[in-house]
Write a protein of this length. Structure first.
Lengths: 459, 103
């Protein structure tokens, strides 16, 4: 709760800071301070010492999963600010406003991590989406950025329309927006409720870019300024998943048998389309866009299996995927050339960057001893525990094997091809944070319980 | 003839599908924006009708409508900004123009 309030206030602070100072370093400093405060406040809240306590009348309910998820989100955003904060200045003149929009998105994520009514779900998703449309189009002189913003806006608001119609139908059949009231009496699905549920399924699939509602993703991620793609493809995407699973677990968990097949088909399609199309990409940025679709397929396993292991796995996946992808994007931003050839010879000219980015890529591919492997392991074992979708597990393993191809293409370019990569100036902080990310990725890969233990810690 | 729940639901469903149809077939960005507004407002109609006829004891549906109106306004503001920017860059508000990212 405190994190939600503070992030909204800090967004306004950031907007005003843009009036008083033009110095990029100062603005970054304010943003990083704000984010560190957010993290502290959230951890305090987690331990039971709330700074302000507001009665939300059951609309927002924070449990350990929400707190843990928010800790991961704020931690990942902090690393992202350290890595890519200085690159935002290259997008345009309005540095303070970009940070303000990111803080507003974080406020939306705090809502999405804790909503207990459909009203809050709608508000949270919109508070995330609207600033993102602006960030996507923030490179105003760039045609690609404009096109991406346009596509993102059209697809996003279309899916909002679907979601609202879904909520209206559910309200018609249940008379309440509370997830628990909706979940309580749902033994049988009436046509009204079923229609609403399907519309919600479709619109949430839009938001997390699951196939067949993924077609906006590559263009938007490719067109948006790369610093913001990094944020969009990681933190915002896992927040969407968190909302998706919280919604379906609480309100439609009791009728899972009736929609599990739908979810399984969406998962299978997402895995196949994401992985197979990624193989054919020439630009690393676009490859990462498809890889984010492919990883979304793995996160969908939590929805299909819908058990404790799945939710645990989602928290874990959020950390593993965000860390690794933020690392890869941070290095990509520093390069001039976004094709695979742009990475040629990076291993010789920048050994440290090359090593850290390689660890991130290994993690994304799911090689053992990295966090990505354990994350995939959690997801697949959740589906095995569920027992009804073994075919999906087999497909998941096959797709993980396909994904090795396109991640290793980058590694191959880094180490086994000669070239003179053009890399922008890299600061010491950047290197330290990259090493930190690589260490975290390996650490969580070897000791996965260090992350999930927090979920069962009682303060 | 008494106007009942069914009439309003039919009206809102019609509006919703006009919106979907318009969104999928129109090429002009302003028309597409209008189609999206139609979809949002048909959901509004549904909320109010369900509130009045099916669950008349609480005002939840009405409040949801207020939120939708506010959010739709915010969304339209961002949409107009994006459309104006697209017009400046591409000299057209046709959705077929900005297609430089075709594979």
């Amino acid at each position: 709760m405190n994190a939600l309030i503070l992030s909204a206030i800090w967004g306004v602070v950031m907007m005003f800071s843009g009036i008083f100072t033009k110095s990029g370093a100062a603005i970054r400093g304010i943003a990083i301070t704000g984010l560190a405060l957010l993290l502290v406040v959230n951890v305090l809240d987690f331990q039971g010492t709330a700074l302000v306590d507001i009665n939300t009348r059951g609309m927002l309910v924070y449990n350990t999963f929400s707190y843990m998820f928010l800790n991961i989100v704020f931690g990942a955003t902090l690393l992202y600010f350290f890595l890519s904060g200085s690159d935002m200045e290259r997008v345009g003149l309005h540095l303070a406003e970009y940070f303000a929009l990111i803080f507003f998105i974080l406020a939306g994520i705090s809502i999405v991590a804790s909503f207990q009514t459909l009203l809050m779900l709608f508000l949270g998703i919109e508070i995330i989406s609207i600033p993102l449309y602006i960030l996507t189009g923030s490179d105003k002189r760039n045609l690609k950025s404009n096109e991406a913003a346009l596509k993102y806006f059209l697809m996003g608001s279309f899916s909002t329309g679907l979601m609202l119609m879904g909520i209206a139908l559910i309200y018609g059949s249940k008379g309440s927006f509370s997830l628990e009231t909706i979940g309580a009496g749902t033994g049988v699905i009436t046509p009204l409720l079923g229609g609403g549920m399907l519309l919600l399924l479709a619109s949430m699939s839009f938001k997390v870019s699951a196939a067949p509602f993924h077609f906006w993703t590559p263009d938007v991620y490719d067109g948006a300024p790369t610093v913001f793609t990094s944020f969009m493809a990681t933190i915002v995407k896992v927040a969407g998943f968190f909302a998706f699973i919280r919604l379906f677990e609480t309100s439609f968990g009791s009728v899972q048998a009736q929609w599990q097949l739908f979810a399984a088909i969406i998962t299978a399609a997402t895995l196949l389309i994401g992985n197979i199309t990624a193989v054919f990409q020439q630009s690393v940025k676009r490859m990462l866009a498809y890889s984010s679709i492919a990883q979304a397929g793995f996160m969908m396993f939590a929805l299909v299996s819908l058990n404790g292991k799945g939710s645990e796995g989602l928290i874990y996946y959020a950390a593993a995927y965000s860390l690794a992808t933020i690392g890869v994007f941070a290095v990509l931003i520093k390069l001039n050339d976004y094709t695979f050839e742009g990475f040629n010879g990076l291993g010789k000219s920048h050994p440290l960057l090359a090593a850290t980015v390689t660890i991130c890529l290994l993690s994304l591919a799911g090689i053992p001893a990295t966090a990505g492997f354990m994350a995939k392991f959690y997801m697949l074992s959740a589906a095995v525990e569920n027992g009804k979708v073994i075919w999906l597990v087999i497909l998941g393993v096959l797709c993980a094997a396909i994904s090795v191809y396109y991640y290793f293409r980058v590694i191959q370019a880094i180490y086994f091809k000669d070239g003179e990569p053009q890399v922008a100036e890299v600061s010491t902080t950047f290197k330290v944070v990259m090493v930190l990310i690589a260490v975290l990725v390996v650490y969580f890969g070897i000791f996965p319980q260090r992350l999930t233990d927090f979920l069962y810690m009682v303060y | 003839m008494q106007i009942g729940l069914t009439h309003i639901l039919v009206l809102s469903a019609t509006l919703f599908f006009i919106g979907v149809y318009g969104f999928l077939t129109r090429k002009n960005l302003i028309s597409m924006l209008m189609s999206i507004e139609l979809m949002l407002n048909s959901a509004n109609l549904n909320f109010i009708a369900f509130n009045k006829y099916v669950w008349p004891n609480k005002l939840e549906g009405l409040f949801f409508t207020l939120f939708i109106i506010a959010i739709a306004a915010a969304e339209a503001a961002v949409a107009m900004a994006i459309i104006i920017q697209v017009y400046r860059q591409f000299k057209s508000v046709d959705v077929d123009e900005p297609t430089i990212m075709k594979e």
